[in-house]
Design a protein around this ligand. Structure first.
Ligand code: ZN
Length: 119
C-alpha cells in the first residue's frame, strides 16, 4: 500500500504550513485526486485516519477528496475523451497518438485551520 507514503508526505506538508501560519489545529484538508492517479481513495482515507493521530495539528482533521476525471487528448483529431473508458486509444479516430490532459494529480487544494487568540 503506497498510499501511506503519500499520506505521510501530505501530513508533513500540512503540519508544516499549520505551524508556519500559527494555526492551533487543522479542521479539514481538501485534496484533489485524479481518477487515473495511482491513489485508491478508500486506502488513502484509511491511511490518513491512521496517520493523523500521530501529528501535532491534524488529530481531528477531516479529509475531503475531490476526484478529478481523467481526460485524454488526441493529437491526431484534436478530440478529448474520458481516459477510464478508452485508455490510450482515441475513440473518435482510433489513434494512439494521445496524452493525458488531467486526472493523475494528487495535490493539496485547501487547508482549513483554527487560529488561536491574538492572530
Ligand atoms: Zn482521435
Amino acid at each position: 500500500m503506497h498510499e501511506l507514503g503519500i499520506v505521510m508526505n501530505v501530513i508533513e506538508q500540512v503540519d508544516k504550513v499549520a505551524k508556519e501560519r500559527g494555526a492551533e489545529k487543522v479542521l479539514k484538508v481538501t485534496m484533489e485526486v485524479g481518477e487515473v492517479s495511482t491513489v485508491v481513495p478508500s486506502l488513502f482515507t484509511d491511511a490518513f485516519d491512521w496517520a493523523k493521530k500521530r501529528t501535532e495539528y491534524q488529530k481531528d482533521a477531516e479529509l475531503e477528496l475531490i476526484i478529478i476525471e481523467g481526460r485524454t487528448y488526441c493529437q491526431t483529431c484534436g478530440e478529448t475523451y474520458k481516459t477510464t473508458s478508452h485508455g490510450k486509444i482515441c475513440p473518435f479516430c482510433g489513434s494512439k497518438d494521445t496524452y493525458l490532459l488531467t486526472g493523475d494529480q494528487v495535490i493539496i487544494k485547501d487547508i482549513q485551520a483554527v487560529f488561536g487568540e491574538g492572530e
